[in-house]
Design a protein around this ligand. Sequence first.
Ligand SMILES: NC(=O)c1ccc[n+]([C@@H]2O[C@H](COP(=O)([O-])OP(=O)(O)OC[C@H]3O[C@@H](n4cnc5c(N)ncnc54)[C@H](OP(=O)(O)O)[C@@H]3O)[C@@H](O)[C@H]2O)c1
Length: 291
Amino acid sequence: MFGNVTDPEISSKTKVLGIIGSPIEHSMSPVMHNAALQGLNLDYRYLAFHVPLERLSSAIDGIRGLGIVGVNVTIPHKENVMKLLDEIDEKAIKIGAVNTIKNVCGRLIGRNTDAEGAMEAIKNVGWKLDRSNVVIIGAGGAARAIAFALAREVPRIVILNIEENQARKLTTDLEAFTKTTIMHYLLDEERTQHEVLEADLLIHATSIGMHPNVEQSLVPKKCLHSDLHVFDIVYNPLETKLLKDAREAGCPTLGGIDMLVNQGALAFKWWTGVTPDKELMKQAAIKALGL
Ligand SMILES: NC(=O)c1ccc[n+]([C@@H]2O[C@H](COP(=O)([O-])OP(=O)(O)OC[C@H]3O[C@@H](n4cnc5c(N)ncnc54)[C@H](OP(=O)(O)O)[C@@H]3O)[C@@H](O)[C@H]2O)c1
């Protein structure tokens, strides 16, 4: 499936990349990155490290101590890791989350590639944003990254979240950054229906609908309409219930796999200096998802 790729033997020169999180077994990043590394014959290996919250600080010291070249950061560490780094990119500070770390001679630098990865995915499918009335469901790390990326491109963003404080905080942070109109509401069925009916673009950024709970969706089917573009950042399954309902309602749809590949490819380029083959990464992730 991956063509004529070679895989350098592990030696004392092999460099290490990885991902830290808890849980971590579900992560598609190792297969995606190792496929790209093999495709380019680069002498690196990418490993998944299960790091519970209480071991985050020692894991970060371990990156410095062992000279690990770079790591991705996933749930639940994207925010907590920030205080343990030596430098953080301005965009990641605004977003309030780091998903990628690079080790430069023992100095750990943090960045967020989720925002760029999502925007690239939206732009690659040709969706126009400049007059879009956007609804974002969720106010966690990924929702924040996408909201900051969109905030200077669209006229209006409505944030819906089950925890109103999180949505309020994101609204306040965005208002300090943009003149775009930002509204937030508690996520409930009535409000969701009302806002989605008025929207041009719906972005779902919670874990609802993710494997194994594939029959769940936060958006009632009856409010989906053919003028609405629907982006669900969940990538397992490739077509969530929300995306299936949206497709049946005639909406253009986009799943989370392209964002996953884009954010990974940006990290890969930053660590190795080499642009990876994104199609190879995508096919490796799809294969690992058993699809
Ligand atoms: N495609 C990609 O590249 C990509 C990248 C990053 C994340 N993701 C996916 O995006 C999802 C969110 O990730 P994240 O990093 O943003 O996680 P997170 O920071 O933990 O945020 C999760 C969000 O989901 C909300 N939520 C949790 N349980 C809920 C429920 N029962 N009903 C409604 N909302 C609920 C949370 O609300 P509270 O604010 O109240 O906690 C929060 O807004 C995950 O499925 C993840 O796999 C995909």
